[in-house]
Design a protein around this ligand. Structure first.
Ligand code: ADP
Ligand code: MG
Length: 505
């Protein structure tokens, strides 16, 4: 977009009661101090935004004489189309006109906002304006139209392992996301690594205090042998116990049979001495021969029965005595002690096996802890390498960008970054001419710096504006007229004079 100033009308604008200026390709304002040159230079930006050349709110309302109306109207040519914009202060109120048609403040503002960016316009129109901006804004304006170096371009300059790694990783994540991920991971793994180290140490200490592993070769066979021996002993003891029980049972039986025999001897005498009855137990008549015989026979039969029972008791006892004579009581306390000894031996082997298992488990735990520690360290190192690679990338990117931007300037030196103590690169901005800061330059040198800067901005931006160089007599360098130039210079004892050079076409 090309903007040209065609005409300016001022009414009660500072010291200008009524003034019309027709601009040319070059418009030279000259005159004594206070002739109104700067006011004319300021008027277009006041119309557009109500500000002065430095971007500050400003009022041109006269203070030395009374005026109901202050007004400035500027006729612009924008890409060949003209537009007349007017701002006024009428009885303390702001008024606006677009092509002589009254407009509301919001309508006027949006019309202008749609045309151009205020900071960009002012930076081009007033070569001093840029240097009054905050450095972040200055930086943003310088970089606005320079494309940052491409990823592949930056990677080309990095050491191969870093380039390969970043190339792969930045396919999935942006560089800043990648940095966030690995900063977070680094913090986490640093803590984890300390914890893993302490776990390994604790387990190793435990291992040191543990007895060395006992030799348990052949333990299972030994246990099997002992188990067989124990089974044998228990089996033998079971046989002995049965015999011992039998002996006790037989002794009891013999005793009871002896007592029974003695009792029967008594009873036999009583049966034997029993008289044979000679009277009928029913009719009390004396028994006759046959009946007496029968009573005798009855007694004999009962005696015979008794004797048979007696013989059986005696025979049973004799049999028991004979069996008892064949049995031998065996003392098992010896065997019991032997059994206990074997059981203890067995337990000792089992304990040794368990101790060895515990030690082996601990050794495995130590190994696992060492592996975990190694893995954590590897992850940590990986993140550190990536963070360093990102740092290197940023530094290289900044360097390449700085080279690119610096290439646009002749005498000015631009710095876009600063390096922090930890080596990180941070956006920053400074501009110098011949190694001197802007503030240190003389007024004329500042004009020179401003003109070089606006030249670069013109080269980059899509906006072309007039350039207003105030105090031109302070400046002795060349001026490249980009499209339209307005200069103002002091001339002793001279009223305001406006000279123009027309466009060739
Ligand atoms: N708002 C204002 N009202 C009245 N006079 C002003 C106002 N602002 C500036 N002036 C005066 O207008 C005159 C012209 O100023 P200026 O345009 O800066 O002159 P020059 O740049 O030619 O020296 C000066 O005398 C200045 O003091
Ligand atoms: Mg002036």
């Amino acid at each position: 977009m090309r903007v040209r100033l065609l005409e300016l009308e001022l009414e009660n604008f500072t010291e200008h009661r009524s003034q019309t200026i027709k601009y040319g390709r070059i418009t030279r304002l000259s005159g004594r101090n206070g002739a109104g040159k700067t006011s004319i230079g300021t008027a277009p930006v006041w119309v557009l935004w109500g500000i002065d050349l430095n971007g500050k709110k400003w009022s041109p309302k006269p203070t030395t004489y009374d005026a109901d109306v202050t007004r400035a109207a500027v006729l612009l040519d924008i890409d060949g189309k003209s537009i007349k914009l007017e701002r006024g202060i009428e009885n303390g109120k702001n008024t606006f006109r677009i092509n002589d048609v009254p407009a509301k403040a919001t309508e006027f503002e949006s019309t202008i906002n749609n045309l151009f960016d205020r900071d960009e316009f002012l930076s081009l129109y007033n070569p001093r304006y840029f240097f009054g901006l905050h450095w972040t804004m200055q930086r943003e304006m310088i970089l606005r139209h320079t494309t940052p170096p491409a990823k592949s371009e930056v990677l080309k300059h990095l050491p191969e392992p870093q380039a390969v790694k970043l190339d792969e990783l930045t396919r999935k994540h942006s560089l800043s996301d990648l940095e966030k991920i690995h900063r977070d991971r680094k913090n986490r793994l640093e803590k984890e690594h300390i914890a893993a180290q302490s776990r390994t140490r604790t387990l190793q200490d435990q291992l040191l205090t543990m007895d060395s592993a006992p030799d348990v070769t052949g333990a299972q066979e030994d246990i099997a042998k002992i188990d067989a021996t124990i089974a044998e002993i228990e089996e033998a003891m079971r046989g002995h116990e049965l015999t011992n029980q039998r002996i006790v049972t037989l002794q009891h039986r013999i005793n009871s049979l002896l007592q029974q025999r003695d009792r029967m001897k008594e009873q036999f005498k009583a049966i034997n001495d029993e008289p044979i009855a000679d009277t009928c137990r029913v009719c009390k008549q004396p028994l006759q021969g046959e009946a007496v015989e029968s009573a005798k026979a009855d007694k004999e039969r009962r005696i015979a029965e008794f004797r048979a029972e007696y013989d059986r008791v005696v025979a049973e006892r004799k049999a028991a005595e004979a069996e008892l004579a064949g049995l031998e009581y065996i003392d098992v306390s010896e065997k019991l002690a032997e059994l206990r000894r074997w059981q203890e031996a067995r337990q000792a082997i089992v304990d040794a096996v368990r101790a060895k298992e515990r030690r082996e488990q601990l050794e495995r735990d130590v190994e696992v802890a060492r592996e975990a520690e190694k893995k954590t360290l590897a992850g940590l190192n990986e993140s550190i390498i990536i963070i360093d690679a990102i740092k290197a990338y940023r530094a290289k990117e900044a360097e390449l960008q700085a080279e690119k931007v610096q290439g646009l300037f002749r005498r000015l030196t631009i710095r876009l970054h600063k390096e922090l103590k930890n080596g990180e690169i941070e956006p920053d901005f400074s501009i110098q001419m011949d190694g001197k800061d802007y503030a240190q330059l003389s007024f004329g040198e500042q004009t020179e710096a401003g003109l070089e800067l606006s030249e670069v901005l013109f080269g980059q931006s899509e906006l072309i504006t007039p350039v207003f160089v105030d105090h031109i007599s302070e400046y002795t360098g060349p001026i490249a007229v980009y499209d339209q130039l307005i200069t103002a210079g002091a001339v002793r004892d001279q009223e305001l004079k406006i000279e123009t050079e027309a466009w060739a076409d």
